[in-house]
Design a binder for this molecule. Structure first.
Ligand code: 8YV
Length: 327
């Protein structure tokens, strides 16, 4: 009998892939860092029963239309804004993501980014490495305290909750805004639910952790930055398009806010000439929220397990489109 065909859109480690090869015929895009060209993806999905994808792949209705035998898209991320879920439902394809396994790792990075931004860590490291450190002075690279300040979390999902726990260790006041109240977080870490307006005006560190959706797109624009404290910092570890980058640039440049820590951008990779990268008060990272060897390995294993389960008619470990289960 012909083995089901799995197409993987990036080069993944051999041991992960060999686990699939026993049961499936597997093909993989040859590069680790260059996304699969669109025409190759569209060609491969014609025969594919399963797809293992990344955020850089746009899995839209065009892909589903080209894929008559496709049963599962396993996305190597908790976010799935690169996938058209309505089309997946229409074509009866399961969409699986990788929640939970990356929660703590992403929270560590988010809090680390907040610290790096407040305490000017990347600037300070550059200062030492470039040989500029020739004397001590009282206010040399003086940053801003994090402990005892107010952290405002926009998007209180699992990662938000894990960031709140870390903030509690720094004895911060924790406020949050979310589509729904999270009583457990209020009880466990003493977080306080506030209206969006209060989140803007009251936070010393405004941390964006909401998923990208039509509702959250460009939540942070000129008006919102204008309402924030001049001494505040904006941290984004969610998705770039939640912020209007030009407005953020103007806010940072004109001192409407004090600094920004960004792990995500509108266009990734961000162009090296982008205006945000010219600012000293910006710490920029290349979307590495979940990037530890341990966590990326777990995320890949979740994808592999989901592919195996769906193609043997079992319930996957994680599912984005619950509707698929009842189809
Ligand atoms: C991804 C992420 O791992 O999970 C997400 O939604 O943004 C990251 O953790 C990364 O972008 C690779 O797809």
């Amino acid at each position: 009998m012909k083995k089901p065909f799995i197409y993987i859109t990036r080069k993944l480690p051999d041991d992960i892939v060999s686990d699939l090869r026993d049961e499936f015929y597997v093909e993989m895009w040859e590069s680790e860092d260059v996304p699969v060209p669109r025409e190759i993806l569209l060609e491969k999905v014609k025969e594919a029963n399963g797809l293992l994808t990344m955020l850089s792949d746009q899995i839209n209705s065009e892909v589903f239309q080209h894929a008559p035998s496709l049963k599962i898209v396993a996305n190597l991320a908790v976010g799935y804004d690169n996938i058209d879920i309505k089309s997946a439902n229409k074509f009866k394809v399961a969409v699986c993501n990788t929640p939970d396994v990356l929660t703590d790792t992403t929270a560590d990075l988010t809090f680390g980014l907040l610290l790096a931004t407040a305490r000017r860590l990347t600037e300070a490291s550059e200062f030492v490495k470039s040989g500029e450190w020739t004397s001590w002075s009282p206010m040399l690279l003086a940053g801003t305290d994090v402990h005892h300040k107010t952290i405002g979390i926009f998007g209180m999902g699992k990662i938000g909750e894990a960031v709140a726990k870390r903030a509690k260790g720094f004895e911060m006041e924790i406020i949050y805004h979310n589509r729904s109240r999270k009583q457990n977080v209020e009880k466990d870490v003493g977080a306080r639910y506030v209206e969006f307006e209060e989140l803007l005006t009251h936070s010393d560190f405004l941390v964006c952790l909401a998923p990208l959706s039509p509702e959250t797109k460009e939540t942070f624009k000129k008006e919102q930055f204008a309402k924030m404290k001049k001494s505040s910092f904006f941290i984004n570890a969610a998705r770039g398009p939640i912020v209007n980058e030009n407005d953020l640039y103007v806010a940072l440049k004109n001192g409407l806010i004090k600094g920004a820590g960004l792990d995500v951008f509108d266009q990734e990779p961000i162009n090296r000439d982008h205006q945000l990268l010219t600012l000293k008060n910006v710490v920029a990272l290349p979307h590495i929220g979940s990037a530890t060897v341990e966590t990326r390995t777990k995320m890949m294993s979740v994808c592999v397990e989901n592919v195996k389960r769906v193609l043997s008619d079992q319930k996957p470990i994680t599912i984005v489109n619950e509707e698929w289960l009842t189809n």
